[in-house]
Each structure stands twice: as C-alpha cells, then as structure tokens.
Design a protein around this ligand. Structure first.
Ligand code: FAD
Ligand code: NAP
Length: 315
C-alpha cells in the first residue's frame, strides 16, 4: 500500500513528490507516462521561472526540468514510467489502474495530469510549435517585443491574450474563422478600441511558414472570398481552446469521481482538496489555474503538505 500515488510528472507532480517524501512519507510513487518534466519541456525558452534566468542562450524548458529531477527524486520518490488509466476510491483507499490492467493501492492520490492546448490543425503547426508557434502569451509574448504577431481564435482567451500582446508587440493580426466573436462583449469592445490590433475575420490559418531558425510568416485564407495572404509575423499564438487531461478521474460509466466544472477542470479548495476525501488535484488540471510552471509547482507542494496531514488524521 502506497502512502501517496502521484499521477503526472510535470512541475506539479514533481514538486508534490519532493514535498511528500521530504515531509516524511515513505512510499510515494510518481506515475508519469513519459519522461518527467511536463509540457514546459516543449518550450525553447523560459524566462519567468525565478532563479534560472539566462539571456543568451536562454534556458530551455527541458533544461529547467532536467535540473528538478535529482532533487525531486533524492528523498525517496519512486518513478514508474506508466500511463494511469483510472483512479478510483475503494473503501478508504484508492486503486490506481495502470495501462495493461495492473493495479496499485494507495492511501491518497494527487492527480497532476495537466492540460493540453488544442491544436488548430494547420500545416506546419507541429513543426514550428515552440519555435514561433505558441499557446502561451504570458510566457512567450516578450520574445516578440516591437515585432508583429498573429493570434488565432475568437474566444475569451484569444481576445484577452491579443489585448495583452498588443501592449508588448508592434501589431497583432487577430485571425478568426467567423465575423462575430465568442468572447464576452466587453472584451470584444476593449480589443476593438486598440489601434494596433487588426482583425482578419472569416479567415483561417492555412500554413506556418519558416526555416531552421523558426517561424517567418503565416499564410491565412479568407473562407468567404478564397483570397490568401501572407502575414509576415515571427510569432503565431494559437488559442483555440484547452483540454484538461481529466480522463483518469472518470469511472467506468464516464462520470467524474469528484466535482468538476463545465470545462472538466477539477474543483479544489485552497488546499488542493477535491470533493473526494484523500484525493487532491494540482496544477493546470484544477479550476482557475494560472497555467504557469511556478504556480503548478506551488500547487504540488500545497497538495503534498495536505496529504501528510490527511494521513496523520486518518491513523
Ligand atoms: P503538465 O506540465 O501538463 O504535466 C502533466 C504531466 O502528466 C505530463 O508530463 C503528462 O505526460 C502526464 N500525464 C498526463 N496524463 C497522464 C496519465 N494518464 N498517466 C501518466 N501520466 C500522465 N509556463 C511558464 O510558467 N512559463 C513559460 O515560459 C511557459 N511556456 C510554455 C510554453 C509552452 C510551449 C507550453 C505548452 C506551456 C508553457 N507554459 C509556461 C505552461 C506550463 O508548461 C504549464 O502551466 C505547466 O507545465 C503545468 O504543469 P502541470 O504539472 O500542471 O502539468
Ligand atoms: P473557446 O471559448 O472554446 O474558444 C475557442 C475559439 O477558437 C473559438 O473562437 C473557436 O471558433 C476557435 N477555434 C476552435 N477551433 C478552431 C480551429 N481549428 N481553427 C480556428 N479557430 C478555432 O476557448 P477559450 O477562449 O480558451 O475559452 C474557454 C472557456 O474559458 C470559455 O468558456 C471561456 O468563456 C472561458 N474563459 C473565460 C475568461 C473570462 O471569463 N475572462 C477568459 C478566458 C476563458 P468559433 O467561435 O467559431 O467556435
């Protein structure tokens, strides 16, 4: 019987493992289906995680997360490179079902499976992801200071992020496939008032164009006229929605084992407690997540400290 099963080895899961083991728990296993590190390992540069800033060459996401591993595993955290299929509460304990059917019992569980930005599906999107194509304006906007960028999407995220970017970059070309926005009217009005946001409506991104140095331009197509044009922007921000990786929290009937909101994000309190006692959720998977490495790591630490208290209360 594990003291704690941690599902997902991004910043939230790794820091949860560090705090759980350093806090005295003996049997803690991190189940991560790939190499630990999480989605930030896809980023070519990170400059907003305190303490690791380097200008040239910048710190990569991979480099940042490699440095976490010796520390996070130093205090006894075990790692199993396995995909978790399901987390279920059976009586007082949790049963973790792994891919292939093997099961593991645990007193508590911290689920940190993160989120996956939706891809729009245009040509070159995957090739230039992290090299000009981004899904995080807070993280990458500053790299385009004084330069033009393209933003794709018509929801609240796209318009809010377009507005954020317009204060950093020279021009924002906001590409949306319809001529009305899904975003809140007040947000639309705010965007409309910005001189350097240019609307490219009824249009989709056809292709991200670049070379070995990264993205150079974006080909867009007007769906009504068929006209194609090239936007010479070295940055393309894709905000077409976000999927939280919440599948492990569904029972065999497809119902969530804990409370979630309409987007499938898990409802937690400030201690990362879910509605199911003994089950904690940290990082991008939770409601109102700022979707930053630093906050995911903080969540993981909070959840681990709560797990320690929970186990003490139960014994
Ligand atoms: P994740 O990092 O998503 O980690 C979840 C982990 O769970 C993954 O490793 C995944 O393999 C694993 N997993 C999922 N399902 C299962 C399963 N069923 N079984 C086992 N394992 C599973 N943030 C910043 O602060 N600064 C930046 O500059 C920045 N830049 C970014 C650039 C890019 C390109 C991207 C994509 C994101 C960026 N972010 C940045 C956001 C940041 O990466 C996330 O907010 C953060 O990684 C969330 O951490 P997490 O631990 O909650 O989840
Ligand atoms: P969203 O509301 O799902 O919007 C996604 C946008 O991307 C839509 O405009 C959609 O176009 C477009 N899109 C989807 N797939 C596309 C594709 N393949 N190619 C081109 N465009 C595509 O996602 P979101 O903006 O991330 O918001 C998610 C949820 O969070 C929403 O409920 C939103 O209201 C909420 N949110 C709220 C706030 C806030 O309250 N301040 C801020 C951010 C997010 P269509 O419009 O044509 O479908």
């Amino acid at each position: 019987m594990l003291d704690c099963a941690i599902i997902g080895g991004g910043p939230a899961g790794l820091s949860a493992g560090l705090y759980a083991t350093r806090g005295g728990l003996k049997d803690v296993t991190l189940f991560e289906m790939g190499l630990p590190g999480g989605q930030i390992t896809q980023s070519s540069e990170i400059e907003n995680y305190p303490g690791v800033f380097r200008e040239d060459p910048p710190v990569t996401g991979m480099e940042l997360m490699e440095a976490w591993q010796p520390q996070c595993f130093h205090f006894g955290l075990k790692h199993e490179m396995k995909k978790v299929e399901r987390v279920a509460k059976t009586g007082e304990h949790f049963t973790i079902t792994l891919e292939g059917g093997e099961t593991v019992e645990s007193k508590t569980a911290i689920v940190c499976t993160g989120s996956t930005p939706k891809r729009a599906g245009f040509k070159g999107e995957d090739e230039f992801f992290g090299r000009g194509v981004s899904t995080c304006a807070t993280c990458d906007g500053f790299f385009y200071k004084g330069k033009p960028v393209t933003v794709l999407g018509g929801g609240d995220t796209a318009l809010e992020e377009a507005y954020y970017l317009s204060n950093i970059v020279s021009d924002v070309y906001l590409v949306h496939r319809r001529d009305t926005f899904r975003a809140a009217p007040s947000t639309v009005e705010r965007v409309m008032r910005k001189d350097n946001i240019h609307l490219v409506l009824d249009s989709v991104v056809e292709e991200a164009i670049g070379d070995a140095t990264g993205l150079q331009a974006v080909k867009v197509k007007n769906l009504k006229t068929g006209e194609e044009k090239i936007l010479e922007t070295p940055g393309l921000f894709v905000f077409v929605g976000h999927n939280v990786n919440n599948e492990v929290l569904k029972d065999p009937s497809g119902n969530f084992i804990c409370e979630t909101n309409e987007q499938g994000q898990v409802v937690v309190d400030l201690s990362m407690r879910t509605s199911l006692p003994g089950l904690f959720v940290a990082g991008d998977l939770r409601i109102e997540a700022p979707k930053q490495v630093v906050s995911a790591a903080g969540d993981g630490a909070v959840a681990a400290l709560q797990v320690i208290s929970y186990i003490q209360e139960q014994s």
